[in-house]
Design a protein around this ligand. Structure first.
Ligand code: SF4
Length: 357
């Protein structure tokens, strides 16, 4: 539906990023990386939620040493998040990570950049340059009189050139800000200058709820403009929530299909169901379905089935009971107390029909 910006392709383990590859979902652990079993456990939970790439913080040597056992124990590609310390970057590569997040301008000069790039090239380890509006270099802030999109882009270009000087092109880039117009403008500007894939996300979006809305707006605007090859939603809290929100954003834009999607009407004076309770029950019953299927819960028989014509299956409230419908056509009338169980039966039927086709 959207014309994607044509980008180079890089590989993080078995996940291809860029080109026409699907937009991937990533997250970051918030465990202490040195606590190997807690970190593995959280990565497994992220995997189960649909995450495809996981980043872990590497603040010191002990955390870097933990990377090897973590990488070996999990299936997902692991990115080491490194700030300032080139030794940790080299150690992370030696430990077998699939990617680095590192800003080459911050690791202590050309010689150190060369040492890291030589090791990354030899191991085939891609690098994400992550420019953040909150940590721009002083010279860029001075030149532009504060944080601007152009200052973010100049900062990114500076880091990119350092890698290109070492003939290193296995790069993706992020330009994160919590201010959405600023972030969008920065990605738009940079997209005209380089063809490296973009990692997109709204940084420090906040708590789930408002943070999810903010992320959806920022990420949604970029994706709808064809910008973005991999997504991270940043929320304060359990990173599994980030993955759920990211998948919902991709699904809402038609860029991913991940399990059952519930659509439900806002209710009005025609509603003949306790719609909130029914919708909640249906959501609970379908949450573990992996097949992409759209399930509707509508308040009335007058408009419900028609309004939810695009849904694979649905229920609508009616006098003395309700209706089960498929693609807008009523297939069954059932008692109100049987509505949810009959809906689930119909969903099972659809799934087994698809499996047999
Ligand atoms: Fe109102 Fe029926 Fe539409 Fe729900 S489906 S909003 S109850 S008209």
């Amino acid at each position: 539906m959207f014309t994607r910006r044509q980008t180079r392709v890089i590989h993080l383990g078995n996940v291809a990023i860029g080109g026409n590859h699907p937009v991937s979902v990533q997250s970051m652990t918030n465990t202490d990386t040195r606590d190997i079993s807690a970190t593995i456990d959280q990565i497994q939970k992220l995997h189960d939620a649909g995450c495809q790439i996981v980043r872990v913080a590497v603040p010191d040597k002990e955390a870097a040493d933990a990377l090897g056992p973590i990488v070996k124990a999990v299936e997902l590609p692991i990115i080491a998040d490194i700030h300032f310390n080139y030794r940790l970057a080299i150690e992370a590569i030696n430990q077998g990570v699939d990617g680095l997040r590192l800003n080459p301008g911050n690791i202590g000069g050309a010689l150190r950049v060369r040492q890291v790039m030589e090791r990354a090239s030899a191991a085939g380890t891609p690098i994400r340059i992550g420019v953040n509006a909150g940590s721009l270099q002083k010279e860029h802030l001075k030149q532009y009189g504060g944080v601007t999109a152009q200052a973010m882009v100049d900062s990114a270009i500076e880091h990119i050139r350092l890698l290109e000087q070492e003939r290193f092109h296995d790069i993706k880039i992020s330009l994160k800000a919590s201010n959405i117009p600023l972030m969008v403008e920065a990605y738009q500007l940079l997209s005209k200058q380089v063809d490296y894939p973009f990692h997109i996300g709204v940084t420090e979006a906040g708590l789930p709820g408002r943070g999810a809305v903010k992320s959806a707006v920022g990420i949604g605007v970029l994706l709808s403009q064809g910008l973005g090859d991999t997504v991270r939603v940043s929320l304060t809290g359990d990173p599994v929530e980030e993955v759920k929100v990211a998948l919902d954003i991709l699904q809402a834009l038609g860029l991913a299909k991940h399990g059952a999607e519930l659509i439900s009407c806002p209710t009005c004076g025609r509603c003949q169901l306790d719609l909130l309770a029914v919708a909640r029950e249906v959501e609970e019953r379908i949450k573990n379905i992996k097949k992409p299927i759209t399930v509707a819960v509508m308040g009335c028989a007058v408009n419900g089935p028609g309004e939810a014509r695009q849904a694979d299956v649905g229920i609508a409230g009616g006098k003395d009971g309700g209706l089960i419908f498929r693609h807008g056509k009523v297939v069954k009338r059932v008692r109100q107390e049987d509505l949810v169980s009959q809906l689930v039966k119909e969903i099972d039927k659809i799934i087994s029909e698809e499996d047999n086709n």
